[in-house]
Structure formats: structure tokens, C-alpha cells
Design a protein around this ligand. Structure first.
Ligand code: HEC
Ligand code: HEC
Length: 456
């Protein structure tokens, strides 16, 4: 079974996103990986509205490095010249934009990190030996760079007498279905009796979520319990700080800090070892085969002495400074739908708003975060995925934020719900009473709720 699968795009947004992505990439987003002969400035991407074009990667305006016959340097960061930065206009934030109100230095870090995020890694630069895709943007591109995608990864494990075993010695629980040499590709071991897909999640607004204090999430646990809803904070050991923290990223709330997630993704999705994860994944646990395939010394992602940053730090800067998804138009149907969302009890898990703590980045300091999630784990009954991960048990899933929903179809952890209606109907466990109330809605009420959700 392949670990990385794609499903047909189901939204216009996705198509538009592909266009923007294709335009951004062909315009030089990965110029340092694939130098092209000098060419005139490409025409702007097709525009179907009056909005200004998206801010472009600064390398677009620079001629590519001369062809010398040698492989290009992996990172051209020291060639960085300050691009003509455009501040994000708070009135016209689009998916993929930087947070409004960044300083020039912060905007530079955002653009620099975006270079790393779209960079196609090569075996010489540390890709593999086994991996899933060769760039972050390969799975995070819809409807703009930093979004989600219809790419799924596979997790597997073994459940015995109710105890979950991630089969780490056999390469679990994440499958890597690619290999730089074509062999060593992982297979699902016969010992596995749990195999499940995980859909890529959008990264917009991640810095705001990171800036929510642990205490705020812990407070959500103390809310009045109604409709059989419990909710539990995921208490995890954060690898980058060494601290005990409240997890909030990933379908299982398995990470609390963006840098830690970046480090995890670099090693597990791309096979690039780094200071937090210095050890390569052995194909299905076969360390002899790994020794034969692995030619690059670890850690592969090293800190640039000039900037003090490695790829994981720069990619984390980009994700931290991504603006949250913009709200859609508020129609009367949306307003009615918002009241229904409240009445039926969706708000008991999909908490409309939390506030960030004090933060040295002004754009993240004491800001309202309209994420529509309590960031807690809930026992979702049959909707659970059978995998225990971080602090989350096999039936527990984190309430996913609902902002940006109109750009992130398909839905649910495994992407199996093609519509929002399907996603709601699949709610079970702690959400069963709320779901049953939704099922009694009239067609018009369902439409109003949907209009509201699609405006987030
Ligand atoms: C093969 C596809 C794939 C690639 C490549 C990939 N990701 Fe992801 N990403 C995912 C999936 C799937 C999830 C959901 C993971 C989960 O919770 O199990 C995810 C989740 C995340 C999250 C958590 C967001 C949230 O709040 O839920 C972050 C951060 C992230 N990825 C960063 C990165 C970075 C940085 C890279 C490049 C180093 C990267 N990803 C490469 C598939 C991918
Ligand atoms: C008990 C807590 C709880 C309640 C109540 C609840 N949800 Fe959820 N919701 C979740 C969890 C957890 C998930 C993720 C489940 C998964 O994918 O395994 C989810 C997923 C979703 C998704 C899919 C999101 C995505 O990105 O894939 C939508 C849409 C959604 N909920 C809407 C609603 C609506 C509308 C209501 C009210 C009718 C509601 N939820 C009630 C916890 C809850």
C-alpha cells in the first residue's frame, strides 16, 4: 500500500492554489535547486481579479547563478539581497500572506523561511535515504504555499489486547514510501494490524496558535461539561525546549512548538537529520541496509554560523509568521449559521476564540485567535484512528481548527469526508449528542451552518 496518496481536488480553491503554486515555482521558488538559463522576467500569473499579485520570492528578481557544471550550492542564503518587501495589508490578507504588522526584519525572516519551505531537497543535500516527498510545499500548497493538500501519509502499528505498539523496530509508526536509490522503500510489515491515512494540515496562523499560553488551553478543560463532552490537554515533552508543554499541533496534538514540528517533518517526511533528530530512519528498521544507503554525515541540516539558523529554524520562521486564513463575506445566512453552530453545541469543542499571551513579536502579542478549536483531545469513538501518539490514545483526536475550512477539503484526519456534511456526520464518541442534534436540522438550517463554516 502506498503511503502517499492523492485524491482528486474537490474545490475551485484547490485549482486556483495549484495555479498560484505552479506560477510561484516556475517563477523561481526553487531556483537554488534547479538553476535555469538566464531568461527574461516571466509574465505575471493569470489574474482573475483586481488584487495585486502575491508577494514574490525575492530570488525571482535575481538572475540565476551562472552555470559552471558544478552542483549549485545547497543554500544561497549569503547571496540574499533585501527584496522590495510588501507589508501585508490587514484589509486584504490572502492565504499564504505574512501576518500584517511585521517589522522589516521579521518580513525578511518570513521570505527567507519560505525559500526553505519550497526548496526541493537533493540526496547530496541530505534527502533520504528513505522519505515521503522532497519538499515541504509538496504536501502544504493548497490554496497557497503553507496550506494543506490532498496528500496523505500512512501510519501503522499493532494493537494487542487494547495496547498500541507503534512497531518502531520495524520502521513505524510513520511509513516512508520513497527512497533515493529506489530500493529500501518501506512496506507495511505483516505484524501491523492498524493502518491509517493522515491528511496534510494547513499551516496558516500557526504562530498565533503557538502563542496561546498553555494555561489558556488547560482552562478549556475546566469548562462546564455538557452533552457528554470531556476534553483533555495533551501533555507532551517538547524536544526543542526540553520542557513539559501542552501539545496543540498535529491531528493528535503531538507537538507544542513549531520548531519541534519542523524538525520532526524534516527527518520523517524528507529524511533530513537535524540537531533535534540526528538519527536517520532505517528502512523498516533495517540498520544494515541504512548503513549501505546513507552517504551523508549527520546531522544533515546544520546551523549557518552567519545567521545562527538551520533549515528547520528558517522553515519555522515562515510558518510562525503566516497570517491566519481571512474571513469570507458575512451574509445573513452566515450570521444565522453562526447562531446554529452555538445552539447545537459545536462551540463546546470548536471554541471560537482564544487570546495569545505576551510575545516579543508584536504581530503575535496579545492577539485574538479565531481558530474554532479548544486544542483539546476528545474521545471520538469510531472516528478515532487506532493510533496512539504523543499523549493521545487510540480513539482520541484533537479538535482541529475550523478557520480556513473552505480551502482545506477533503476533511477529517484521513481525508475521507469529501464534504463538510460528511465530516459532521462522522462525529462520534464525545461528539455524538451534538451530531445527533445536527441530524435533526432542516435542509435550510444545514445550509446556513455550512455557509457559516465556509466563511471561516
Ligand atoms: C508527505 C507529505 C508531507 C510533507 C513532505 C510535509 N508534511 Fe507537514 N504534514 C503532513 C501531514 C500528513 C500532517 C498532519 C500530521 C499529523 O498530525 O499526523 C502535517 C502536519 C504538519 C504540521 C502541523 C500543523 C498543524 O497544526 O496540524 C507542521 C507544522 C508541518 N506539517 C510542517 C512541515 C514542514 C516544515 C515540512 C517540510 C520539512 C513538512 N511539513 C513536510 C504531511 C507532510
Ligand atoms: C466532542 C468535540 C466535538 C464536537 C462537539 C464537534 N466536533 Fe467537530 N471535530 C472534532 C474532532 C476531534 C475532529 C477531528 C476528527 C478526526 O478527523 O478524526 C472534528 C472535525 C470536524 C470537522 C473537519 C475539520 C477538518 O479540517 O477536517 C468539521 C467540519 C467539524 N468538526 C465541524 C463540527 C460541527 C459543525 C460541529 C457541531 C455540529 C462539531 N464539529 C462538533 C471535535 C468535535
Amino acid at each position: 500500500m502506498a503511503s502517499v496518496t492523492t485524491k482528486p481536488n474537490t474545490t475551485m480553491k484547490a485549482t486556483l492554489g495549484s495555479l498560484i503554486l505552479a506560477a510561484a515555482l516556475s517563477a523561481g521558488g526553487n531556483a537554488s535547486a534547479q538553476p535555469a538559463p538566464p531568461a527574461p522576467v516571466p509574465p505575471p500569473p493569470p489574474q482573475n481579479n483586481q488584487q495585486p499579485p502575491p508577494p514574490q520570492n525575492n530570488q525571482n528578481n535575481q538572475p540565476p547563478p551562472p552555470q559552471t557544471g558544478k552542483a549549485p550550492p545547497k543554500r544561497p542564503h549569503d547571496q540574499h539581497t533585501p527584496p522590495p518587501f510588501q507589508q501585508t495589508n490587514p484589509q486584504t490578507v490572502r492565504p499564504g500572506d505574512a501576518l500584517p504588522g511585521l517589522t522589516p526584519d521579521q518580513l525578511a525572516a518570513f521570505m527567507d523561511g519560505k525559500d526553505d519551505f519550497v526548496q526541493r531537497e537533493t540526496p547530496a543535500g541530505g534527502l533520504g535515504p528513505i522519505f515521503n516527498r522532497d519538499s515541504c510545499v509538496a504536501c502544504h500548497s493548497q490554496p497557497a504555499i503553507g496550506g494543506s493538500s490532498n496528500v496523505n501519509v500512512t501510519r501503522f502499528g499493532k494493537s494487542l489486547n487494547g495496547i498500541f505498539d507503534p512497531l518502531e523496530a520495524l520502521g513505524g509508526s510513520l511509513l516512508q514510501d520513497n527512497s533515493i536509490l529506489g530500493h529500501g522503500i518501506e512496506l507495511i510489515p505483516t505484524e501491523a494490524n492498524i493502518v491509517t491515512l493522515r491528511q496534510s494540515t494547513p499551516l496558516f496562523g500557526l504562530g498565533l496558535i503557538e502563542a496561546i499560553p498553555d494555561a489558556t488551553i488547560l482552562n478549556n478543560v475546566k469548562k462546564v461539561k455538557i452533552d457528554g463532552i470531556q476534553g483533555r490537554a495533551a501533555i507532551i515533552q517538547d524536544i526543542s525546549s526540553g520542557q513539559t508543554r501542552v501539545g496543540r499541533f498535529g491531528w493528535k496534538a503531538q507537538q507544542a512548538v513549531i520548531l519541534s514540528f519542523a524538525a520532526d517533518a524534516y527527518v520523517n517526511e524528507m529524511g533530513i537529520t537535524n540537531r533535534f533528530f540526528p538519527t536517520e530512519n532505517a528502512p523498516n528498521g533495517n540498520t544494515a541496509l541504512l548503513a549501505q544507503l546513507d552517504k551523508v554525515a549527520d546531522p544533515e541540516d546544520v546551523v549557518d554560523p552567519k545567521s545562527g539558523k538551520a533549515d528547520i529554524d528558517r522553515a519555522a520562521d515562515f510558518m510562525r509568521l503566516l497570517a491566519p486564513p481571512p474571513r469570507g463575506p458575512i451574509t445573513t445566512s452566515v450570521t444565522t449559521g453562526s447562531a446554529l453552530f452555538q445552539q447545537v453545541g459545536c462551540v463546546n469543542c470548536h471554541t471560537p476564540q482564544m487570546t495569545t499571551g505576551t510575545n516579543k513579536i508584536e504581530a503575535l502579542n496579545l492577539k485574538s485567535v479565531n481558530l474554532y478549536s479548544d486544542l483539546l483531545l476528545h474521545d471520538m469513538g469510531t472516528l478515532g484512528d487506532g493510533i496512539a501518539q504523543g499523549n493521545a490514545g487510540v480513539r482520541e483526536m484533537k479538535t482541529p481548527p475550523l478557520w480556513g475550512l473552505r480551502g482545506s477539503a477533503p476533511y477529517l484526519h484521513n481525508g475521507r469526508a469529501l464534504t463538510v456534511d460528511d465530516a459532521i456526520k462522522a462525529h462520534d464518541g464525545e461528539a455524538k449528542i451534538t451530531r445527533d442534534r445536527y441530524l435533526l436540522f432542516t435542509a435550510q438550517q444545514k445550509q446556513q451552518l455550512l455557509d457559516f463554516l465556509m466563511s471561516l
